[in-house]
Design a binder for this molecule. Structure first.
Ligand SMILES: [Zn+2]
Length: 125
């Protein structure tokens, strides 16, 4: 099931905690694209890698969401090395600079069978 506007992320829908990796130059990216942005190799050959630890760049809370998305929807812009992405946060407690990882198993949109992890803070020692 797709959203009313058609979700481009459905094209090759990786789990939320995975990025594409170019087999030639090891460049990584998150959102599906046809070619590696560095060397131009077709992304059809791309491997996937798990994103481990990231840093929050910014956060946002969307109060008015599509009918199949939770409200409020806590989002975070996070950088995992060269990969930058926006993902759902487990709660509204994240702040810029926090270290995060993906955790848990959630249905990010109603009507989807699949579950994905959300961003959670890593407790610093
Ligand atoms: Zn490449």
């Amino acid at each position: 099931m797709t959203g009313p506007k058609g979700e481009t992320s459905e094209d090759r829908d990786l789990p939320a905690d995975r990025a594409f990796a170019c087999p030639d130059c090891d460049r990584r990216w998150y959102y599906d694209r046809r070619r590696c942005p560095d060397c131009g190799r077709s992304s059809a050959d791309a491997a996937t890698v798990r994103l481990e630890t990231g840093a929050v760049v910014a956060t946002s809370t969307v109060e008015t969401t599509p009918p199949d998305v939770r409200a409020p929807n806590h989002l975070a812009l996070v950088r995992f090395d060269e990969v930058q992405l926006i993902a759902q946060a487990a709660d509204g407690e994240l702040s810029p600079g926090d270290r995060v990882r993906f955790d848990g198993s959630h249905r990010l949109r109603d009507g989807r069978e699949r579950t994905d992890p959300r961003l959670v803070a890593i407790d610093e020692p």
